[in-house]
Design a protein. Structure first.
Length: 522
């Protein structure tokens, strides 16, 4: 890793140059600069991997240097050297792409080497990933199937007709038929399709979904087409089932009739959507689908009214009302059978609105809840009305569990906040306070307290107390320590204070705690 050091203080540059055996640690110091202007010149002339820079410098400060350096080299790693009163500048540097910071007054060579190696490792992994993606894209773009896919996609999405495409797709002896393939492993079909001569092209239409065009020989009779298309579908299913799929029944293939003209391609994706609609409501076990729904309702206003009732019950903390209206919603959806794509979007929006309310109330666990349930991919993976409605009931039930928990402090990735939290997690069992935490972070106690409350939404002492109570819950579950011993081990001065604090946070006394209370308090 090639490194340059930028600092207007000669003693800092000399110290870093001489106190560290750069080559011993696999690093190369290729230059130094006293300000941003000199540093930019070095970056232009040399291959630089990591920029180590001060913030306050003449002519061009560290923030402007980071902006201009990143514009020249996007994958440049940046480490900021800061003083105790540089917090606002450090925060801005992190927004501009700095990877980490070190306080100059307390900087040790070992710490600097550790941080530089960590940044270097991140850069190497990211560059390997980017190069792998670049090579794959080059190979893909050079392939004939990719070029054909691009031409067909332009026709389907933009109506642009290539003058030779119809002759290529529809010959005197053969034409095409199509399949819409839905699978957890649909992305693996591309190399398989490209290696099979009867298959023309595979186009990704949505996540886990591909639109495939397949050669059809005119000499086939109607029965012959049914047999041949079924054989090809079974071949696809066999290929997909060799992958590790949780629910093989979710491998679904919709087969369309033969086409003899390019114009017929325009409506074919919509036809397959009607087939998926038919299966969703009428035939959940089918893996090969030929039937389609003749009529698909687009709007379902009754569901909108019921969703409003659900949201009113959510805001009123009316659990029975939420469950009742969710049952009503399921019944209306099953009876009206609305368009599948619109239904999926409706469910996604409903979960999003509920999460928005939970965020306003700062409910505990809402971050994890959002990751699990605010997912269009998860919604689309439920390919039958009963399964989707079961999933919706589960999502509403789990939301209610979140609403019953203590409010969770906001998440902050700020480096000072991160270091304060790490210190508390490692030292909660000791008799520490805000002064000890501030000394570790190298900020004044009042400054850190204000910053922490503003960023996290609770005080340092509240976070420390939560950490201690969480650890106490874990120890109470094992039932091999007395309560006063646990109180002492997690940092409380006496068992009475511990019991009073435990009841305030957990909702019961330590003796009453039976292990069923959620342990994720922090």
């Amino acid at each position: 890793m090639n490194i340059i050091i930028v600092d207007d203080e000669p003693i800092i540059r000399i110290g870093l140059r001489t106190l560290i055996d750069w080559e011993l640690h696999g690093l190369t110091l290729i230059g130094e600069a006293s300000d941003g202007e000199e540093a930019i010149d070095l970056i232009r002339r040399h291959q630089v991997d990591i920029l180590v820079t001060d913030i306050r410098m003449p002519r061009m400060d560290g923030l402007e240097l980071i902006r201009r350096a990143k514009a020249l080299q996007a994958d440049l790693g940046v480490l900021v050297l800061s003083c105790l009163d540089d917090f606002s500048y450090v925060k801005e540097a992190m927004k501009l792409g700095a990877r980490d910071y070190i306080l100059k007054p307390t900087m040790e060579p070992e710490e600097l080497i550790k941080v530089l190696n960590n940044i270097g490792g991140q850069l190497m992994n990211e560059r390997k990933r980017d190069e792998h993606i670049r090579q794959l894209n080059i190979q893909l773009e050079q392939s004939k199937p990719f070029q054909l896919e691009a031409r067909i996609r332009r026709f389907l999405e933009l109506g642009i007709v290539d003058e030779h495409i119809e002759q290529e797709l529809f010959t005197r002896d053969s034409s095409l038929y199509s399949m819409l393939i839905y699978s957890n492993t649909a992305h693996t079909l591309l190399p398989f399709v490209n290696n099979q001569s009867p298959f023309f092209v595979s186009i990704e239409t949505h996540t886990n979904e591909r639109f495939v065009l397949i050669e059809y020989v005119h000499s086939f009779t109607a029965d012959g087409f049914l047999l041949e298309s079924s054989r090809q579908a079974e071949q696809f299913l066999s290929w997909m089932n060799t992958e590790e799929v949780i629910n093989p029944i979710d491998n679904v293939i919709c087969i369309g009739p033969p086409m003899i003209r390019l114009e017929q391609l325009k409506d074919r994706v919509g036809f397959h959507r009607s087939q998926m609609h038919y299966r969703f409501y009428a035939d959940p076990a089918a893996q090969i689908v030929r039937e389609s729904s003749p009529f698909i309702p687009i709007d379902f206003p009754a569901a909108l009214e019921i969703r409003n009732d659900i949201l009113k019950s959510v805001m009123g903390n009316n659990r029975e009302g939420v469950m009742h209206h969710t049952n009503r919603l399921a019944a209306v959806i099953e009876s009206t059978r609305p368009d599948l794509t619109r239904l999926q979007a409706f469910i996604f929006e409903t979960i999003g609105l509920i999460i928005g309310y939970a965020r306003d109330k700062n409910y505990a666990g809402i971050e994890q809840y959002e990751q699990q349930y605010l997912s269009m991919e998860r919604i689309k993976s439920n390919l039958h009305i009963d399964r989707l409605m079961d999933w919706l009931h589960e999502a509403v039930f789990e939301y209610w569990n979140c609403s019953m928990k203590d409010a969770h402090p906001a998440v902050s990735n700020h480096p000072f906040i991160r270091k304060a939290k790490e210190y508390m997690k490692l030292n909660y069992q000791k008799s520490i306070g805000t002064t000890d935490i501030a000394d570790h972070v190298r900020l004044s106690r009042s400054y850190l307290s204000d910053l922490y409350s503003r960023e996290v939404g609770e005080s340092l002492i509240e976070t420390l107390t939560r950490i201690r109570i969480e650890e106490a819950c874990k120890r109470l579950k094992s039932a091999d320590q007395k309560i006063y011993e646990i109180a002492e081990d997690v940092g409380f001065a006496d068992s009475k204070t511990f019991a009073r604090t435990f009841r305030r946070i957990v909702g019961c006394s330590p003796k009453e705690y039976d292990g069923r209370t959620n342990s994720h308090l922090y």
